[in-house]
Design a protein around this ligand. Sequence first.
Ligand SMILES: CC(=O)N[C@H]1[C@@H](OP(=O)(O)OP(=O)(O)OC[C@H]2O[C@@H](n3ccc(=O)[nH]c3=O)[C@H](O)[C@@H]2O)O[C@H](CO)[C@@H](O)[C@@H]1O
Ligand SMILES: C=C(OP(=O)(O)O)C(=O)O
Length: 423
Amino acid sequence: MDQIIVQGNGPLKGEIPIAGAKNACLALMPATLLTDQPLTLTNAPRLSDIRTMTELLQSLGAEVASLQDGQVLALSSHDLTSHRADYDIVRKMRASILVLGPMLARDGRAIVSLPGGCAIGARPVDLHLKALEAMGAELDLRDGYVHAKAPLGGLKGAVVDFPLVSVGATENALMAATLARGTTVLQNAAREPEIVDLARCLRAMGAQIEGEGTRTITVEGVETLQGATHPVVTDRIELGTYMLAPAICGGEVECLGGRMDLLPAFCEKLEEAGISVQDTPRGVKVSRANGRVHAVDVTTEPYPGFPTDLQAQFMALMCLAEGTSVLEETIFENRFMHAPELMRMGAQIEVHGGHATVTGVDRLRGAPVMATDLRASVSLILAGMAAEGQTTLSRVYHLDRGYEHVVRKLRGVGAQIERVKEE
Ligand SMILES: CC(=O)N[C@H]1[C@@H](OP(=O)(O)OP(=O)(O)OC[C@H]2O[C@@H](n3ccc(=O)[nH]c3=O)[C@H](O)[C@@H]2O)O[C@H](CO)[C@@H](O)[C@@H]1O
Ligand SMILES: C=C(OP(=O)(O)O)C(=O)O
């Protein structure tokens, strides 16, 4: 298995291109199941999660061609040969549940393995299922699978009031509603840029959708959808991660393709910490002058709040801040696994339930570390870049789920980082 070796670094300088969003692309790809016409996605990221979704769609009979070095995905669900999303693929990636709504809406049936929990939390899918039930689906949970059937004549429009904001449940319900009979109203819907991107793509395919990006999304069902070509929105989590690199190491980095409005609360917190952030014609420029950053408190929330997917990376910054910060995680119950690893590098962190109290230290020291999830892994790389000496990160496969060419991108701004085969 590969390892990543990071040496402590001085200030960074240069540009980092930001890829298309993993979490948008994983919702856009299943939209192919809604139509027998071709769907083309441009600006797709080159990630193992995208390969897993490709494998899943292909197992259902969809054609998925990866073109232009993986940046273009040509999808076609002209002839679906299976309605069963198998455990062997679904267990690798929770976003697999997003094939349920589209398959049910187009063909009236689907059998999808329940994804199960993961390192960051239990992550049930009850809200996905309740939304589809409200649209008339009959669901039966057997042998770890959801067996779903639409009523005769197909799914019907419904009012779905989500008791809590769920990105995935909003996406599943939104896709299902595009082909349901009548009007669907999604209340307390997620407002993430990835939802807006999905709605735009579905609209290009002929769906009638209003209100994406607000709490209430209204969908007027149509008979059929057609093909479309759609560019995947910028990955705001990759963007935020690389914005933290100069914040931690010093220097100035321009993240190409980024926009501050993708990360309003995150940009505000960076500025509060003393980091300069500005939109430019080509992206977002981040710089830190000499001196330590200030400690700031953060609470993770659904968009437009501070994203849970940037909490681990922000903690790496706070480990070196002046003062004490409290990071509150409200989305996932077990998302502080990076804390003990950061402590191995000399960080002072106390975790109590959903709160982590971080007392900034003058310096971190490199250490062998490993991580149990994607964002935790990259937070350890960021910390390693600011630490004295060498940090060796194991279980690199987590990183490959969400960061394309991470070594190349960070080396491009002067980081000392390499990927090696474990001995
Ligand atoms: C592929 C993808 O886009 N993943 C993102 C998506 O995950 P995902 O769509 O899984 O996250 P959700 O927004 O659904 O989860 C939010 C909270 O709702 C709970 N919940 C969710 C569904 C449900 O049926 N029942 C339930 O209780 C979850 O356990 C969690 O506590 O949004 C998360 C929150 O921004 C991000 O961290 C993930 O990176
Ligand atoms: C938690 C994440 O992804 P997933 O929902 O696919 O597990 C993430 O992208 O940080």
